[in-house]
Ligand binder design. Structure first.
Ligand SMILES: *Cc1c(COP(=O)(O)O)cnc(C)c1O
Ligand SMILES: [Zn+2]
Length: 383
């Protein structure tokens, strides 16, 4: 037992909830719940040197993870993902210190593995016996394989034009798949309507408290890879926003236990111009986002017209002094070729969107030529 988890607390009001029972959103205000840890106690008991003997996976940070017993961990061999220097690409663009954290190395080929490994492990610990998810694609694949490994049935709802890779992998892993005529938000409504009758536990992003705990480990790994001194800028392809929200939360925890200083990267959120609710809200100076109409983009992970965590994403961007920017699908397609030809790195469209954003960000003065910039390639190329 090494987890310092204390309870769950609402991200918006003062309500708290026990983490020892299944929880979704706040009963009072309907907003996401966050796991809270005994950070003052942890500060005295845990030092970076303690990591030396830990496994090469995000489970190495178990003090700040919500799983209390090792037997509950459902793992498919998650590895710490490499932080790669991409100086050939950087030189082409006039950037001296450009890096990519390559999340395609995780099980199922995307960073969705982090969140679903955590959610399924916690579900196992709590004795939950049916899991349901609305997904734009990769979360469905990740849930299917982790649920299969845990022996828990999974019910998947996703758009009928979700990439074939996601549809096939869910079926191969024995999940119950329903393809719907609509988007992830419509799939979410179906799960919400049926879950009580069916006895399903809803693992929608940020309507379940632990996927974000898995995603925050991207920030822990990055901090450790940068010797506990964070980069100047993080550029991140944003859909539901769990990655930005998770890393922002994780950085605050690391500062509270004294492992990093106050210095934070500026978060730059990238979306496709075919579905850019966060960019629109950012440009309009709003603290939450309007649902996007007729969302359409080849980057299926960014095809999220409305996110329950919109206010948390916008807070992180604002507090970090960051920005939000959209790129077109055409620019994404070009970037999918630029990265492999200069760096030999194959990416998903979402990861390529961060590459496509570099030139406009540089032109607008939102990033500087010698700043340390980290892009997130959130998944691998799928034919
Ligand atoms: C889900 C997904 C995203 C969006 O991630 P969030 O953390 O939910 O914003 C980006 N890229 C890929 C490949 C995804 O599957
Ligand atoms: Zn609340």
């Amino acid at each position: 037992m090494n987890s310092y988890i204390q309870h769950l607390a609402c991200s918006n009001c003062d309500a708290t909830y026990p983490h020892t029972e299944p929880q979704n959103v706040c009963h009072l205000c309907g907003k996401p719940l966050f796991a809270r840890y005994s950070l003052d106690q942890l500060k005295d008991n845990w030092k970076p040197d303690d990591l030396h003997t830990r496994p090469n996976s995000f489970w190495r940070y178990k003090e700040l993870l919500p799983i209390q017993n090792d037997e509950d961990i459902v793992s498919l061999g998650e590895t710490v993902t490499p932080l790669l220097n991409v100086n050939r690409l950087g030189a082409q663009l006039g950037l001296d210190n450009l890096w990519i954290k390559d999340e395609s190395r995780l099980p199922t080929g995307s960073f969705k593995a982090r969140g679903l490994a955590m959610a399924v492990s916690k579900a196992k610990a709590l004795g939950i016996d049916k899991l349901a998810i609305p997904s734009a694609g990769n979360a469905a694949t990740a849930l299917s394989v982790y649920a299969a490994k845990a022996g828990i049935p999974a019910y998947i709802f996703m758009p009928k034009d979700t990439p074939a890779f996601n549809q096939k992998t869910c079926e191969l892993a024995g999940a119950n798949v329903t393809l719907i005529d609509g988007l992830i938000t419509d799939a979410g409504k179906i799960v919400a309507n049926r879950k009580i009758n069916k006895g399903w536990f809803d693992v929608s992003t940020l309507k379940e408290p632990y996927r974000v705990e898995g995603k925050k480990t991207m920030g822990f790994e990055l901090a450790e890879q940068c010797c506990w001194e964070l980069p100047d800028v993080i550029i991140y392809p944003t859909g539901g926003g769990t990655g930005i929200v998770g890393m922002w939360k994780g950085f605050k925890e690391l500062e509270r236990i004294g492992w990093i200083s106050k210095k934070r990267p500026r978060f730059i959120s990238v979306q496709s111009s075919g579905c850019a609710p966060i960019v629109k809200a950012w440009e309009d100076g709003k603290s939450d986002a309007e649902p996007w109409q007729d969302a359409d983009t080849i980057a299926s992970g960014l095809r999220v017209p409305q996110a329950i965590g919109d206010f948390l994403i916008l807070d992180a961007i604002r507090e970090s002094n960051g920005a939000a920017i959209s790129v077109s699908d055409g620019e994404i397609v070009d970037a999918m070729k630029l990265l492999p030809t200069t760096e030999g790195l194959l990416t998903c469209p979402e990861g390529a969107a961060t590459v496509a954003a570099l030139q406009p960000l540089l032109t607008d003065g939102l990033i500087g030529p010698s700043e340390k910039i980290v892009l997130f390639n959130t998944g691998g190329f799928q034919a």
